[in-house]
Design a protein around this ligand. Sequence first.
Ligand SMILES: C[S@@+](CC[C@H](N)C(=O)[O-])C[C@H]1O[C@@H](n2cnc3c(N)ncnc32)[C@H](O)[C@@H]1O
Length: 417
Amino acid sequence: MAEPAPLILHPDAPAYGGAMVAREGSGQVTLVTLAIPGETVLARPTGRRGGAAFARTVEVLRPSDFRVTPRCPHFGTCGGCAYQHIARQRQLEIKREVVAQLWARNQLRLPPDAEVVGMDDPWRYRIRGEFEFFENGGRLEIGFHAERSHRLVAIEGCPIHDQRIERAALAFRDALAELRVVGAQNVLLTVEPNGPGLLWSLRMRGRGRPAPAALPAMVAERLPDLVLLDDSIAFEFWDLHFRVRSATFIQTNYRQMLELYRLVLEMLAPASGDRILDVYSGIGTIGIAAARSAARVTCIEENPQAVQLGALAARINRTGNVEFVAARAGTALAACRVGDHEAAVVDPPRAGLEPEAVAELLRLGPDRIVYVSCDPATQARDLAALVRGGYRVRRAALVDMFPQTYHIETVVLLERG
Ligand SMILES: C[S@@+](CC[C@H](N)C(=O)[O-])C[C@H]1O[C@@H](n2cnc3c(N)ncnc32)[C@H](O)[C@@H]1O
């Protein structure tokens, strides 16, 4: 079938998800990727999804002043970074516009003084990465998915990852190829922010197949400056000590995590008499940090491994006033009593708060809720529900945890009444 003819488009606003919105004379709306608002581009239609038409820029006819040369040679084929062609400051403004739009769609107004915390050096920030393996013409490759596709794109590096992760991903590929291993699916790599530890977890196709026994030694030979670990690594910030496993969540941008947590604690403002809920707590990084200034913290987390590491961290840090509850948020909150908590932090995954969690938070009615989110669309939906339930937005901030990509992290303070 012949490819559809390219269109001349004039994108004028960002959409959440990496594309820009172009409205043409006929009223047709197209979401165009690899463009910048204000540009004129020639774009090839790439199909429809969820009622919207998509297109991909093939030529920039009138470039924006904010267009820059992407640093990564895989930009445009790899689907990982949607914003590498946009100047750093403009990326931040675009993210702010996206959040404001999503709030407006939910009858909320993003506070005009909402701050946006960018990075001075927005590269090499990821301390965790997952790389897919695939065969290409008899050669083992590592790569990521192409834009809006299941197709894998081979890469030789990735400048948003810590250099040690990039080297380790290539070392795994080369060692697997040398051992002629068939059936490697992907590898999850995490490096210690302040040490030589490299945590690895290899998934083989076919359930239960172990990693080849000779692999770790062979990879280690290629990475003499790193210590390969397959159980856990150290994760330290401020003067707190944690252990992290491959199966437990961590913030992938360590440098910005420090900014995020600073803002969370500032908004939470834990006082010596406060009893605090840390819901969706992971290994308890926020909860244990907050416990130093609070009376008591209850961390709620469904992943038993994270709960185990959280309890361990509480012991290592001698934080006696933290408890961990291994349960889903809605279930654990349902067991809490009204009046028992002055404040709550919630930091759910992309899906946002489960409806029972919203209902239970409204029943419990803590004075302050600090809502941390990696998906501003679901967060705006949940904020609207909390505002309908009697809370007011007092402060909001964006922390750019994912420069060069369209992903957005936000933190919002709500107060009751
Ligand atoms: C975005 S992470 C936040 C972790 C932590 N606040 C941090 O900064 O590292 C979300 C966490 O919520 C957990 N989770 C996901 N769904 C959950 C649910 N329904 N109930 C409780 N925990 C859940 C995940 O296992 C993950 O650890």
